[in-house]
Design a protein around this ligand. Structure first.
Ligand code: GLN
Length: 520
């Protein structure tokens, strides 16, 4: 699977999450569009950098080739040079064990930036043979409130625009808030010249994991296999059905606070949210996420903001805003036995908290936020100091870590060596490591050479665990990331014991009332 993005950034790595949501990291260190996360979660395959290309990366290749003299003196143009490069990116996924390449083109038909991509996919049909390509167009069928009507006009317009670029869709997937009628599908079929059976509806579902079942019920799979002449396969959707059944059957809710900086755009933490959902599905529960602006945990606000929660996640992030709130949240969690999972910047905030409040290292900080701190407990490694280029230069992609036997982290992973994906510049400062160890602070995993700290935990806390990696990227609906499972288990314990405590106070009060009544 592949996503082509028409914007000009070379990759989304340098974009603010408010612009583009989360940056998804692949095993091979690609900083990619968050849709790749969906692809991995749905098809359960690890993708690579090749699965995402932007206009910026395509032009970079074309311009580099021109500088190398590869165009032999020709004028370099959008057609054929840029379109050829787009086609090369699509072809780069072709391999012995690949039957079908699914390429999604981002953006909207009608955008200026999308034109070379539409031209390239038009040409692909000619290159590989008409019968070997299926164009699926995804459109929105909006619901106009006051009149209660669903409108087909946007679909008609975008299909007209697409055809003017030489692409006639073979199938149309209509997204809508509520289901659309067969009559409306027939209307779209007639107006857009697409077989009625190839107009399918993806109405909003309660869970994203229902969508494969919805599309199957709508017949999209059969339709596409028919168009591509792939034979009459019957999909085995039993695992998906079971997963959805578990989601429906969840009979416990756990409240997790997500202490973030970009909380008004939940897409900024998409994989974290999905990893929490996967862990909840595993435990037969559902998760209620409380979005907490990290600045609101600064000062004396921690108690009122965090006391009602069963657990917290302190996710990754960049830049100083909200960091003190994350440090405060880590301290509150440690002091109040509140389960806490720190991810990347989260681990760094936990380390700073512990240094300041337990080890007494006054003004300890990460040198990212206070370059003059007397105690840079989080710092740049020598290799990172030299780097000035911002694109693709962090510690990126899958790295191995060896775990310390007997720790909580080793227990939930159930193995000695793990591989998780990274995306950060700063590290736990190895020069200050000895100050931490032996005080109940446990380094539960480190890089194979022993230089870098990868996991931390506390000996006497139900779950105060930090990781320098991003385990959320490898979480799958039926194979949740172990650290998220550990967090949810501790959070469920807390929620159950709180419910039990509340019930026993209520019962005691009830008995007291009854005895007062009978005495009266
Ligand atoms: N800003 C921190 C660093 O670069 C953490 C990054 C992250 O959380 N992904 O090390």
């Amino acid at each position: 699977m592949q996503k082509l993005d028409p914007y000009i950034n070379v990759d989304p790595g340098t974009m603010n999450p408010y612009e583009h949501g989360e940056v998804f990291v692949t095993d091979d260190g690609g900083e990619t569009d968050l849709d790749l996360g969906h692809y991995e979660r749905f098809i359960d395959e690890n993708l690579t950098k090749l699965s995402n290309a932007t206009t910026g990366s395509i032009y970079s290749s074309v311009i580099a080739a021109e500088r190398h003299g590869e165009y032999l003196g020709k004028t370099v143009q959008v057609i054929p040079h840029v379109t050829n490069e787009i086609k090369n990116r699509i072809a780069s996924l072709v391999a012995e064990d690949v039957d079908v390449v699914i390429t999604e083109i981002g953006g909207t038909v009608g955008d200026i930036e999308i034109l070379p991509f539409l031209e390239a996919i038009r040409q692909v049909r000619l290159d590989v043979g008409r019968a070997n390509v299926c164009y699926i167009h995804v459109t929105l069928v909006p619901f106009i409130g006051p009149t209660g009507e669903q409108k087909t006009k946007p679909t008609q317009h975008s299909v007209t625009e697409l055809r003017s670029r030489g692409v006639q869709p073979d199938a149309i997937v209509c997204r809508s808030e509520s289901p659309i009628s067969d009559e409306l599908k027939r209307k779209i079929s007639g107006l857009c010249d697409v077989d009625p059976s190839a107009v399918v509806n993806a109405a909003d579902a309660a869970s994203i994991y229902e969508i494969p079942l919805v599309l199957h019920d709508e017949g999209l799979d059969q339709e596409v296999c028919g168009i591509l002449r792939l034979g009459g396969h019957k999909p085995d959707l039993s695992a998906w059905r079971k997963l959805n059944q578990r989601i429906e059957d969840a009979n416990e809710t756990v409240r997790i606070g997500l202490i973030g900086k970009y909380v008004t755009l939940p897409d900024a933490y998409l994989s974290v949210v999905e990893a929490l959902n996967h862990a909840a599905i595993y435990h037969g529960a559902s998760v209620d996420i409380e979005w907490i602006q990290s600045e609101s945990v600064e000062g004396l606000m921690a108690e009122s903001t965090l006391s009602g929660l069963d657990g917290i996640v302190i996710p990754g992030g960049f830049g100083e805003r909200g960091v003190e709130g994350k440090i405060n949240a880590a301290a509150y969690a440690r002091e109040n036995n509140l389960p806490c999972l720190g991810i990347c910047l989260g681990l760094q905030a936990m380390t700073v908290e512990y240094a300041r409040n337990v080890l007494g290292l006054t003004n300890a900080h990460s040198s990212e936020f206070n370059p003059r701190t007397p105690w840079p407990v989080i710092d740049l490694m020598e290799s990172q100091r030299q780097i000035t280029d911002k694109g693709g230069t962090m510690r990126l992609g899958a790295c191995l870590a060896k775990l310390r036997a007997g720790t909580k982290v080793a227990e939930v992973y159930g193995t000695e060596v793990v591989s998780e994906r990274h995306r950060h510049r700063y590290e736990f400062n190895p020069k200050l490591r000895s100050r931490f160890e032996g005080q109940g602070f446990i380094i539960s995993g480190e890089s194979p050479d022993g230089l870098l700290v990868e996991f931390i935990e506390l000996a006497t806390h139900p779950w105060w665990v930090g990781t320098q990696a991003h385990p959320e990227f490898k979480s799958r609906p039926d194979r949740p990331a172990p650290l998220f499972c550990g967090l949810l288990e501790a959070a469920l314990d807390r929620s159950r014991s709180r419910t039990a405590a509340r019930l026993s106070t209520e019962t005691a009060q009830h008995i007291k009332n009854i005895s007062e009544v009978s005495v009266g």
